[in-house]
Design a protein around this ligand. Sequence first.
Ligand SMILES: [Zn+2]
Length: 201
Amino acid sequence: MIESEQPTQSLRFCSRCGGRLVFGPVEGEDRSRLACESCGFVCYVNPRLVVTTLPVNERGEVMLIKRGIAPGYGRWAQPGGFLEIDETVGEAATRETLEETGLEVELGEILGLYSRVVAEVVTVAFEARIVGGEATATRESLETRAFAPGDIPWNEIAFETSVRALLDWVARVRPDLPLPDPATIYRPPIDRAATEPRLAK
Ligand SMILES: [Zn+2]
């Protein structure tokens, strides 16, 4: 096994008995797992779901936030956040959008679902229509700004999953526009450092 295949190393103790978790073969499992050496409890580690929206105004522009928190501080992303245990995906999408932009949205179709293994997340992106509120800076955003499909600041986007969602959005709403080659889009080192704190590379 190579080191990068090992899941989250920040988990060290059993949530059931407090014993030490050890990564390795477990009977009945077809891959190595984190398991408690005292009680045998298997600790399954799965990606977290990040719920996001691409809020579109009446001029057909998408509202992005300039992030005011790490990771991706000072760079652009669509509003979103982690799904809480007591809410639906739809509730999370509208809640996070309001919290981060000040905008009330009505959800449309799912634009895409984006896995990012190194960050241990899956990001879902909804198209959304703005139905109320006012775009503003918030606790988590320095600024909320509208971007036309032809004016996306590709080299200043915070996350790789945001780039992919925005590429899909532009392709959907303005198929006539040329898209940048994803390989040429600048990715900041901060993205890597801030989203992979627990993986030794
Ligand atoms: Zn245990």
